[in-house]
Every structure is written in structure tokens, then in C-alpha cells.
Design a protein around this ligand. Structure first.
Ligand code: GLU
Length: 356
């Protein structure tokens, strides 16, 4: 009888011990929110080998349940912010997403955010958040190039790596990042370089922030640009953003699209010029006309790498233009939209383009 009692007490004690170790582990694991917006990562194809599919069809709960090992590294909470192909990404979703990220990261019980996103405009959303999230906690965007139903779908591995990176203390204070194809990329220099390859995203000027290896981040650089808690931009009271258009340069380019942007009420124009932001005479004159009407003009370039510098073939001070330096036309557009919430002065805008 005594032996039976002892055995029973032993097993009770053992069960209590196992339960408390498990709950301690759950408490010590970081809490990572996965905010889903759509894209190929949430896409379904008609076959495992074909390339046709519809993006934004799989819910965030399905995405997470495709990677059961996520619960080993973090307490996962999920929210569906929207479910669209990112070609339809827009200012309203940006504002909603940035406000929600800030709200969540203000909570003591939230450690990091992972955002699932289509790859088409991922670089623009990443940069918008890089400049408007007011927290040092990790914010990581992730996508995939293959739909969830394809052979060799890259989504589950990318989600695992994104959560593993977000859950790691080393990821704090690095600015907004994209984790895909085992690489950690900074929003400060993010460009999609290939329409079909899983290693499409690059940091072509500065190089990647690091790599994911065996579920751990290895960082190899930090961003020297202002971002997150060091950004001067604040969207929490905004319900819309200034309209900024991009005008492309090519041989024989006329004033047509600059004039149309001015007519449509744009507050800013990004010129995707040739080489170091050069322009046909017709475009240069049209952009100067726009400046005379109070529209901010940024000279950027259609070339993927290298800066668009001040004081080269175009006299920016004479024309009232600002140069984009290392920001390509897409990041320049995001930065100018935010800059215009504070100033219209081209010299002040130029300062921002050298600091961000
Ligand atoms: N066009 C879709 C999007 O950006 C799919 C592209 C992708 O996610 O790779 O959401």
C-alpha cells in the first residue's frame, strides 16, 4: 500500500514538473505576431508544376500550420491585415499596417513582427515601414516566389527563417528587413532583381545585412541610414499621403508625362533619369516648370546601382531639384511622400535624401 502511495506521489510530482517546465518554456519563448497581407506566399496554383496561380488565396492560419516547427521557436499570433496581390498595395494599407505594427510593438508582451507580403512591391512597403515604425524590435517582411501548391515551394522555409530571425535578440535595432532565400536584406537598399528566381531580392549597393544558417541569423553589416526610432517621420495622425508620381527617361522623352502629373495634382515627381539622373532637355525644362508651380522634384536614375549625385551634369540648385543619392525611384517615391508631410523646401528634402 505504502509503495503504491509513493509511486503515485512520484508520478504526480513528475507530471507537475513536466507541466511547469513546458509552461516556463512557453513563457520564455518570444511572442511573434505574423501579419498577413497576401501575395504568392498565400497563392494557390492549379498544378504543382505549372506557373499559373492566384495570389492572396491562403489565409494566415493555413500559412502558419504549413510550418509546424514555428511553435518551437516562438509563440505565434496571427492577424490577416488584407489578402491582396502586392501590385494592388496602396497608401491606405501602408498606413493601416504601420499603425498596427507600432501599436503591437508598444505592447510589452510582443517581441517582434513578421509580415507576409507579395514580392511585387515588397521593397516599397519595407522602406515605408523602415521610416515609420517607431521601435527597435525586429520587423521582418517575407514572401515567396513560388505558390504554396508548387513543387519546391519556398514559402514555408522563408516563413521559418523570418520567424527565427525575428525571434533572435541579434535582430533588434537593424531596421526593417526582408528574409528570403536564406538571406537577410535591409530595407535601405532593397531591390527585386529577377521576375522568377527565388533569390530575386538583393541589396545591390550595400550588400545583404546577413544570412540565415541552421535557423540562426548571422549579421554581416548594419544600416548606416536613419530608420525606425531615428526617423523623423510620424504617420500616426495621417489618413492619407501626398501624391508622388514617377516619370521614366528614355531617348526622345518629351514633357508629356511630367505635364500629365502636374495636371493631375501631383505634389512631387520622381525622375527616373538615364545614367546619373540625366534628362532630355524637354524633360529638364518640364521638371523645372513643375518646380516653379511648387512641385518637389527628385532626380533619381533608371540604373539599378550607384548613386544619383548632386552637382554632376545638371545644376540642381539652379533647377530647384534634389538628388536621390542611393535611393532608386521606388524608394525615392516613398521618401518624398513622407518628406512632403513635413516640408516643400528642396534643400531640406535634399538633406533627407542624404540621411535616409
Ligand atoms: N503579384 C503578386 C504579389 O506581388 C505575386 C508576386 C509574388 O508574391 O511573388 O503579391
Amino acid at each position: 500500500m505504502n509503495t503504491f502511495k509513493n509511486k503515485r506521489s512520484f508520478f504526480l510530482a513528475l507530471i507537475t514538473f513536466v507541466i511547469s517546465v513546458c509552461s516556463l518554456h512557453a513563457q520564455t519563448k518570444p511572442t511573434v505576431y505574423v501579419l498577413a497581407t497576401g501575395g504568392t506566399i498565400a497563392g494557390k496554383g492549379a498544378s504543382a508544376t505549372g506557373s499559373s496561380y492566384h495570389s492572396g488565396e491562403v489565409t494566415v492560419d493555413d500559412l502558419i500550420s504549413a510550418v509546424p516547427s514555428l511553435s518551437d521557436i516562438a509563440n505565434i499570433k496571427a492577424e490577416q491585415v488584407t489578402n491582396i496581390g502586392s501590385q494592388d498595395m496602396n497608401d491606405q494599407v501602408w498606413l493601416k499596417l504601420s499603425k498596427r505594427v507600432n501599436e503591437l510593438l508598444n505592447q510589452n508582451d510582443v517581441n517582434a513582427i513578421v509580415i507576409t507580403h507579395g514580392t511585387d512591391t515588397q521593397e516599397e512597403t519595407a522602406y515605408f515601414l523602415n521610416l515609420t515604425v517607431k521601435s527597435n524590435k525586429p520587423v521582418i517582411l517575407v514572401g515567396s516566389m513560388r505558390p504554396s501548391t508548387a513543387i519546391g515551394a519556398d514559402g514555408p522555409r522563408n516563413i521559418y527563417n523570418a520567424v527565427a530571425c525575428a525571434a533572435d535578440p541579434a535582430a533588434a535595432g537593424k531596421g526593417v528587413m526582408v528574409v528570403m532565400d536564406d538571406r537577410i536584406l535591409g530595407a535601405d537598399d532593397l531591390t527585386k532583381t529577377n521576375t522568377i528566381s527565388v533569390s530575386t531580392f538583393q541589396n545591390p549597393n550595400y550588400g545583404p545585412l546577413g544570412y540565415m544558417y541552421n535557423g540562426k541569423p548571422i549579421f554581416t553589416r548594419t544600416s548606416l541610414k536613419r530608420h525606425t526610432i531615428n526617423s523623423e517621420f510620424d504617420i500616426h495622425n495621417l489618413s492619407s499621403l501626398p501624391r508622388v508620381e514617377i516619370v521614366l527617361s528614355y531617348s526622345n522623352a518629351t514633357s508629356l508625362f511630367v505635364d500629365a502629373a502636374v495636371e493631375a495634382g501631383a505634389q512631387g515627381i520622381i525622375s527616373a533619369g538615364v545614367d546619373n539622373g540625366n534628362l532630355t532637355t524637354a524633360l529638364e525644362n518640364a521638371l523645372n516648370n513643375a518646380v516653379q508651380k511648387g512641385i518637389a522634384v527628385i532626380r533619381s536614375s533608371r540604373i539599378m546601382t550607384g548613386p544619383t549625385t548632386q552637382w554632376d551634369e545638371i545644376d540642381d540648385d539652379k533647377q530647384g531639384f534634389s538628388a536621390s543619392w542611393f535611393n532608386n525611384p521606388y524608394r525615392s517615391r516613398v521618401l518624398l511622400m513622407l518628406a512632403l508631410t513635413k516640408t516643400k523646401d528642396y534643400k531640406e528634402i535634399q538633406r533627407m535624401f542624404t540621411e535616409y
